[in-house]
Ligand binder design. Structure first.
Ligand SMILES: Cc1cc2nc3c(=O)[nH]c(=O)nc-3n(C[C@H](O)[C@H](O)[C@H](O)COP(=O)(O)O)c2cc1C
Length: 195
């Protein structure tokens, strides 16, 4: 199982905080035996990259598709790529993921209301439990994405997420280099959680 920190168990498999009761010894034994049986049978756990995006236009869609294409490139094995519209993504999606890509248009000098809503939903349920997990993001705008970038940096800093790629920012119609940068963004985050 890949992990952002060498030698550490994947954060996705840590406890989810919130004072959950410790499992009983019997439960631990049962889970250990099951895990061993699974490995003997050839099953392997799969890392998850979660792409949370607000995609209200063809230009945003092009960036989103490039990120997905990079994240699902043939060279990347053993990574499940989950895509969620920002208005549909849940705290459970976030807790179950090993890494994140966020995508949004700039709106009124901020991230989109949809991505803001996503963070409103997941912030406290995921605080602590997802600390240290890697993320990257892209922003599309008409003229100025500075405020949207600042907003994303602020909330991800609060969550303790770890920047694992340069942000991709695009103004207007995406060019070839913009799409390549989004492809790289998806590939980088997915490769980072590979076995
Ligand atoms: C309500 C609204 C507010 C916007 N605010 C910004 C903004 O602050 N900065 C910016 O660069 N673009 C802004 N835009 C432009 C959007 O970012 C842009 O429409 C979106 O990325 C989709 O791009 P497209 O229309 O070229 O496909 C705004 C658009 C709308 C509808």
């Amino acid at each position: 199982m890949p992990a952002p920190g060498a030698g550490a168990p994947s954060p996705a498999h840590r406890g989810h905080g919130g004072g959950a009761a410790a499992p009983s010894p019997a439960r631990v034994t049962a889970v250990s035996l099951a895990a061993g049986a699974g490995e003997r049978a050839g099953f392997r756990s799969v890392a998850t990259l979660l792409i949370v995006h607000h995609t209200p236009s063809p230009h945003c869609q092009a960036l989103f598709e490039a990120v997905v294409s990079g994240a699902t490139a043939p060279d990347i094995a053993g990574v499940r790529v989950e895509r969620r519209a920002a208005l549909a993504a849940t705290a459970s999606d976030v807790l179950a993921a090993d890494a994140f890509v966020l995508g949004t248009p700039a709106n009124l000098g901020y991230m989109s209301g949809a991505l803001k809503h996503f963070f409103d939903q997941v912030y406290y349920p995921c605080l602590d439990a997802t600390r240290g997990r890697p993320f990257g993001y892209y922003v599309h705008g008409g003229n100025d994405v500075t405020g949207a970038m600042r907003a994303i940096e602020t909330v991800t800093t609060g969550l303790g997420w770890r920047s694992a790629a340069e942000p991709v920012t695009v103004i207007g119609e995406p060019g070839r280099s913009d799409l390549e940068a989004c492809w790289e963004l998806g590939a980088t985050l997915a490769a980072g959680v590979m076995d």
